[in-house]
Write a protein that binds this ligand. Structure first.
Ligand code: AMP
Length: 216
């Protein structure tokens, strides 16, 4: 299947995407993780993307499109499709994807929009903690780790991402409303957009996601 998860930061789409990947084996491509790994390595992409990611601004389209186009040619995507979390974030990115998919003779199966008010997003993000080693995501109230500050999966240390701090988070929401929200209309017009109420519990969101993707 070829799926896109859309929504503001902290809508919970990352958590859902990992659960769908575990159930289906569809390759999960998380643009934020690709960029953070590149920044940690300080490779060419990482150096170029660092300031944008740290301030909550969007990385330029040409860089993002290049990363995605390369990733799409890898065997797992060719065989099993993809589940995108964090891509596309602009109309230009969506158009580049459409163009590439029609060249490959493929098309999107679904785009899910995880809808959540900004206040709920901010409250959620301020409690979010991420594992330094494996990037697993927790929440101090909604999804605490079993041992405080340590990952359940790999025992790595949990930390608060710099861009999850309130000021940067507000910039990310501004970027979302300015550029990414337009994608909702873009995919709605194509008739492939499904709405998910992302203000409910993780389990509730999962059930709605599975129903909407016909995976139940
Ligand atoms: P995320 O973890 O998805 O919120 O992404 C973290 C940051 O990476 C964003 O605030 C942007 O700076 C950058 N980023 C991730 N995906 C994209 C994208 N598709 N286009 C531009 N910038 C992106």
């Amino acid at each position: 299947m070829r799926i896109i998860f859309l929504g503001p930061p902290a809508a919970g789409k990352g958590t859902q995407a990992k659960m769908i990947q575990d159930r289906t084996g569809i390759p999960l491509i998380v643009m934020g993780d690709i960029l953070r790994a590149a920044i940690q390595k300080q490779d060419e992409i990482g150096k170029a993307a660092e300031t944008y990611v740290k301030t909550g601004a969007l990385v330029p389209d040409d860089m993002i499109i290049k990363i995605i186009m390369r990733r799409l040619t890898e065997p797992d995507c060719q065989q099993k499709g993809f589940l995108f979390d964090g891509f596309p974030r602009t109309i230009a990115q969506a158009e580049a994807l459409d163009h590439e998919m029609s060249a490959q003779g493929t098309k999107l199966d679904a785009v899910l929009y995880y809808k959540i008010p900004d206040e709920v997003a901010i409250a959620r993000i301020s409690g979010r903690r991420t594992c330094r080693k494996c990037d697993a995501v927790y929440h101090i109230v909604n999804k605490p780790s079993k041992v405080p500050n340590h990952c359940d999966l790999c025992q790595g240390e949990l930390y608060q991402r710099d861009d999850d701090k309130t000021e940067v988070m507000q910039n990310r929401l501004i970027a979302y409303h300015k550029k990414t929200a337009a994608l909702v209309e873009y995919y709605q017009q194509k008739g492939i957009l499904g709405y998910i109420d992302a203000s409910q519990s993780i389990e509730g969101i999962l059930q709605e996601t599975l129903r909407t993707l016909n995976l139940q």
